[in-house]
Design a protein around this ligand. Structure first.
Ligand code: COA
Ligand code: ADP
Length: 596
């Protein structure tokens, strides 16, 4: 239906606004060839590095598949070369985000790895990696996994201030924008997990289980030592992160095999962080144990410490990781696993934490790795998913903003209305430049309870919960769209972000959530917003480009299309009122807030 409306609109608009219809917000940069023609095909990201490897028997595990450890070494090398291409100096792996393996790779197949720098921050960079496998005989290709690694650049043992990445294509712009949000999540990851583990109530029936059918966790314990030699390190003598990950995968696989007495398959690795460097000559002690076994999967934890021969008692914690294994039958179906009996003390703690991590992982996977259009409109709000909902809220808006095919539909007195049609949605954004400082506009607009002061569609707003400094939940009652309908009410999560660096906008993202305390009521129709909000760009001293974005849901469509079709100037009136509100309140902020 939206598609039809869109097509109709496009026809109607081209006559009303002829001559302006093709102007886009944000010009797309393309490569110019020698004859002056523009071509998308010629463009290649300057930081892109590719590696292709033929899987030989020496790369495989007990099942005859490519060992994940070997794959991690190739991934780390490719990503490091991409990071170094951008930095122009040596780089080390700091962290690797969660990796889910979709397919195993057999001997004789090709592995193709592509890495490029998504964004450079200060001394660190996010590198995006895509791994595919290819059957050379049948030409078939499969996606194996996607990974995101962070590298830090070093020159003569000091950190380097990196030059910024200038994204060119729509995909690069999206990755660049969302990378800032991912970095934010990475830096609080350890604390977030710690808080969630502390608050996650997991029911376990350890006491009631029949111990005779359980494998004691102790039976799976592994300890192994590795001596770091020059082939394991870069030319600076620093151990390759990929080599350490490969050693970790090796001991984890031994622990997993000891539980199932079969050849397990690694399905997922949880985000991990290299806390400190290791060099040639270090002894690395790797320890692993099965923390918990669920019906079809088990969590193995691995811990790596380093020491020098001359100071054996001084051990440095290098890394800890959690890996999920399954055991597959001949038809690649997961088999049931035996129960595990943890040791009292640390073992029982890790057992419970593994259950909690599993819940967190599933929540996170559902919210973060789903395609935006697959996440239902209103996701239930819960302390265990709040970090991910906030991430999803901001990154959805950033992805919408980075789209390339926004089309100017209408302009009245420098208030511009742009639209964008894709498969499922009609989105619009309204833009105007206001004579107000960006930080002030950000504070004024991010306080949703002030919106009724300028938006007559907002009848009342109640702050339900101030989740943290940047996230709040509001209950909004808005006017009925037509005289014969009920007023709408919304439960909205507002997530705000300051710019990560120069050129980034201030972002205020809005999306619906559900709260048990605010269920639907007979006097209102429940309205929902999947993705809407503001982006504010500093346009010089005391000048801000204010853009309001909305991915229109069905209930809102009529309002949008009436404006887009030029049948109403409501958007203009509303945004002029917004400008007046910002101008009238430009000086009323508390001094403490003006440092933003
Ligand atoms: N995930 C992603 N990036 C992280 C991170 C994490 N968990 N922790 C820190 N960083 C980033 C910071 O954001 C910062 O980036 P920026 O300069 O772009 O803002 C950068 O790393 C440095 O952080 P900083 O806080 O200044 O230093 P630190 O005390 O955290 O140390 C390292 C960072 C990289 C120096 C240190 O962790 C280290 O030496 N790790 C081992 C790296 C290595 O040798 N890897 C190979 C295998 S051992
Ligand atoms: P935590 O104990 O909080 O899980 P650690 O970083 O100490 O965190 O350890 C990470 C994982 O490494 C543990 O969950 C466990 O699975 C494994 N591990 C730690 N110490 C040992 C050990 N001594 N023997 C075997 N495995 C260990």
């Amino acid at each position: 239906m939206i598609q039809n409306v869109g097509n109709h609109l496009r026809r109607g608009l081209s006559s009303v606004f002829s001559g302006r219809i093709s102007r886009k917000s944000g010009a797309r940069t393309r490569t110019e060839s020698a004859d002056g023609a523009m071509s998308d095909d010629a463009y290649r990201n300057p930081t892109e590095v590719q590696m292709s490897q033929l899987v030989l028997p020496c790369h495989t595990n007990q099942r005859g598949d490519l060992s994940v450890g070997q794959l991690l070494k190739w991934i780390d090398t490719t990503a490091c070369l991409s990071a170094e291409r951008h930095a122009g100096c040596p780089c080390v792996t700091v962290s690797m985000d969660d990796i889910y393996f979709e397919h195993t790779i057999s001997v004789g197949q090709m592995v193709n790895i592509k890495a490029k720098v998504n964004r450079a921050f200060n001394s660190s960079m996010e590198v995006g990696i895509q791994v595919t496998s290819e059957d050379l005989c049948s030409e078939k290709q499969w996606s194996v996994c996607k990974a995101l690694a962070t590298f830090v650049a070093y020159r003569e043992l000091s950190k380097v201030k990196l030059k910024q990445i200038v994204p060119q294509t729509e995909e690069e712009k999206m990755e660049h924008s969302v990378a800032a949000e991912r970095r934010r999540m990475r830096l609080v990851y350890a604390d977030t997990i710690k808080d969630l583990l502390a608050n996650c109530v997991i029911q376990d029936d350890l006491e009631n289980r029949d111990c005779s059918h359980m494998v004691p966790a102790e039976k799976t314990r592994v300890e192994s030592v590795e001596l770091v030699l020059p082939p394991h390190a870069n030319h600076q003598g620093n151990t390759f992160g990929g080599q350490i990950m490969a050693w970790m995968e090796n001991v984890a696989t031994i622990a997993a095999s000891r539980l199932c007495r079969a050849h397990p398959t690694l399905k997922a690795i949880e985000m991990f962080h290299f806390r400190g460097p290791s060099q040639v000559g270090d002894r690395l002690v790797l320890k692993a144990i099965v923390n918990n076994a669920f019906k079809n999967s088990m969590e193995v934890g691995v811990c790596v410490e380093a020491y020098r021969q001359e100071a054996e008692t001084h051990r440095r914690h290098i890394n800890s990781a959690f890996m999920t294994f399954v055991v597959l039958d001949a038809a690649d179906q997961p088999l049931m696993l035996p129960w595990i009996r943890p040791q009292p003390g640390d073992g029982e703690r890790r057992y419970r934490e593994a259950s909690a991590r599993k819940k967190i992982r599933l929540d996170r996977k559902y919210i973060v790795s789903c395609k935006q259009t697959e996440v239902p409109l209103s996701v239930p709000w819960d302390p265990s998913n709040q970090v991910y909902l906030s991430y999803n809220n901001v990154s959805s808006l950033k992805m919408l903003v980075a789209k390339d095919n926004w089309v100017l539909s209408s302009e009245i007195n420098q208030v511009c209305l742009y639209t964008l049609e894709d498969d499922k949605f009609l989105s619009f954004h309204v833009e105007l430049v206001v004579h107000v400082d960006a930080a002030q506009a950000f504070l004024l607009l991010s306080d949703l309870s002030r919106r009724p002061e300028w938006d007559k569609h907002y009848r009342s707003v109640e702050l339900v919960q101030q989740v943290d400094e940047d996230d709040a939940i509001y209950h909004v009652i808005s006017s009925a769209l037509n005289s014969d309908t009920k007023p709408l009410d919304f439960v909205i999560l507002a997530s705000r972000r300051k710019p990560c660096d120069n050129g980034d906008p201030y972002v205020i993202a809005l999306r619906s959530v559900t709260l048990p305390t605010h269920r639907e009521m007979p006097e209102y129709s429940r309205g929902e917003t999947l993705c809407s909000g503001f982006c504010l760009w500093r346009e010089g001293d005391q000048m801000t480009k204010v853009s309001y974005y909305n991915q229109a849901t069905t209930g809102f469509l009529n309002y949008v299309t009436t404006d887009v079709a030029g049948l109403s100037s409501e958007f203009y009136t509303t945004f002029k009122a917004c400008e007046q509100f910002l101008l009238a309140n430009r000086n009323d902020l508390a001094p403490s807030l003006q440092t933003l």
